[in-house]
Write a protein that binds this ligand. Sequence first.
Ligand code: ARG
Ligand code: ZN
Length: 896
Amino acid sequence: MRTEQGPLIRRDAYQPLAFGVETVDLDFILDPQATLVTNRMRCVRNPDAAAGPIVLFGEGLVLVSVTLDGAAPTAGQVRETGSGLEIDVDADEVLVEVVTRINPSANLTLSGLYQSRGGYFTQCEAEGFRSITYFPDRPDVMARYTVRLEADAATCPVLLSNGNLLETGALPNGRHFARWEDPFLKPSYLFALVAADLKALERKVDTMSGREVLLQVWVEERDLDRTAHAMDSLVHSLRWDEDVFGLELDLDRFMIVAVSDFNMGAMENKGLNIFNTKYVLANPDTGTDLDFENVESVVAHEYFHNWTGNRVTCRDWFQLTLKEGLTVFRDQQFTADMMARASDSPAAAESARAVTRIANVRGLRSGQFPEDAGPMAHPIRPDAYQEINNFYTATVYQKGAEVIRMIHTLLGREGFRNGMDLYFSYHDGQAVTCDDFVGCMAEANGADLDLFMRWYSQAGTPHLKAEGVYDAASRTYALTLTQHTAPTAGQADKLPLHIPVAIGLIGPDGADLPLQLEGEVRDGNTTRVLQLRSESQTWRFTGIDAEPVPSVLRGFSAPVILDIVEDDARLAFRMAHDSDPFNRWDASQRYMERVVLGLAAAHAAGKPMEVPQAFGLAFRALLVNETLDPAFLAETLALPSETYLLERMQPADPAPLRAALIHLMREIGHAMQADFLSRYLDLEVEGEYRYHPADAGKRALRGLCLRYLSAWGGPTAIDLALKQFEHATDMTERYGALAALVQSDAPQRFDALAAFHERYKDDALVLDKWFQLQAGAWRWSDAAPATLDQVRALMDNPAFSLSNPNKVYALLGGYFRANAAEFHRPDGAGYAFWAEQVIALNKTNPQVASRMARSLEGWRKFTPAIQAGIRAAFERVSAEEGLSPDVAEIVGKALA
Ligand code: ARG
Ligand code: ZN
């Protein structure tokens, strides 16, 4: 094997640098092929660090000159090290001026300074700054920045950088310049510049202390009519952080810039957030309800980073979850509050919060659980990495947010707020660690979180077993909770964790019982949080008159896999009665999982697939329940994701699973056609489109009805979908109808796809939907074309480009990640195609290549025949010359 893995970077090897930087003055003479960067740094000896040279990192730079305090260095004083420069100095302070040349037009990695549609943009997190200039490019080096940029005035009329604008002016030869100053200390990963032909939507608002601030959303002129929602979202975020955490915007100006070529979702550069267009642009004709929701939450996420990430940042990249887990938790809470606020009753608000929570947990189960069970398993604070870009993971982000949520659950809302206040009072302006954060939470509350810290160092999803024993004689119910975490890659031994488990007991009439633990007085509460701190513990509830049904892990109070023995009748009971909406949803998911996996097993054994009648009854009882919130019902009647089901199937086998899913959708659609139809008709939303949770909920349930109906495929169903497609006045309805048609066997789906393409052929973001739908299409009959052939053909579409990440994620990602049965074809052609694309992407954009490579990392869960095919594909990639560290790490770990 020839995969060369990069050197391992270890968390315990952290050392502060001998020299930090106090001020940086950057000058950019922007040019597509030869941009000249002059960097004047005041480097200052760090009294707390061991003696050593000034260490500057640099990658792919042409060094033009270096001076020290204005003079040429002496022979040997400045050395090239392979990863940058080292400079010996005796003084405690020196002005280092480095001039470098870079080529933004040749930079296809979309990290550092690059071009997109004629403009210049930067992405510096995690280590992109070192491909702009030589610098101690680590988050623990915080400095004050001033920036001057000059560019061609006609092609780049807008010149932006962090902070406040000091000056602009014209220059000879059609050029112009701008000077910016950021008053706050920041690490280099938060540096940004933009030089492009953009227009801004602007709004002025007053902050909580009465300061007027200017908010701007910068986009290409043709997209201005899609910016209102991002601006509204920004204002809502600003208010929410003031109200909930007392955190105020600290700059006079806050800018969001949209760019079409971007590796990730968005980036929180100080005062100059740069966004993937996908998370800024939305109007009713081009964005679905989900797009509107995503824009709102990503705008909030990046805005919230201004405090959790920027004012207090990470000491080193192992601490990434310090800012990401916390900020994801904050954006999840924000979304839940926004949903609840739009509700018209307390019950509706609770349901709306649950819908947000359900979406979070769906994401965690299908995105993070597989990661935690595969070769990339790592604690939310990893111990080692080869390529930091591979650690912007579901574990660091989503599981990290779950860990913060558990702290919130343990300390309560107020206790958490007190911990946050203490965190900012101690650490504002610093680069700190996860221990510092949890330490503040503990100190502010007099709480002991020592055992809890294991969540930061232990990988793997814990299994939580719940067993109850009812004793009629003593009217007690004993609930025993037991935890176990299986070994993960590189971490064989696991210790018990501190797990908050919210539980309730449901009486035979479906009502919650008051909870009274032995030796306690009854306080009337029907949900309480048990704290499991050892491998196993038993709690005894008293005064229980009949055997209760336990409802365990309410609200998903911990990121664990709950193992509890429940027969079908009990699941149906909880689907009908659990007062915790999250657990009510979860009961339905568990029942569906059991049914689907049962059908798949029957199919694999050559037996007929029969949907249990009791399941149909439980499903229908919810479908016709008009008192439940439509958004909640849409979640509760939707099947678990295929990715999650594969994780639950042992061994994973996509073909019978797909057969089972198709069969189940068809059978339900057929058997309940009248109910689906009547709900569909009743749920029509009157009036003009507005993004509002109540309307979105109705549209979601309506869309679900349409999908079951078109899965059945009767002529009335297809007619309904075609009519909706033709007459839709917003993207949610139009795309919903198209998706229903494409996820069916209806021959009309091809014309619908063509019509959609014709209408939106010049619209990059809408075309992404069109690509993704086709990549994810199921084959409902043998007559349907093979998805792989479709995907290959679509790569030749003029709108497709391997250098645009959104296109790659939509088409290739859609196929590799969201179409298991088609990707895992028995002939292995899917894997050969995967290897081909990973190798091609590796040459231009390692981060995107690595993300695509990761779509097969969970390969050992599959059947032996499937594993053999995937191994061959990994070996092929591994044998490739010149693998990037990004891809090499993934392939190396997958094959290890
Ligand atoms: N900090 C950004 C966010 O959470 C993500 C940046 C990811 N960058 C990267 N190179 N992986 O919104
Ligand atoms: Zn983030």
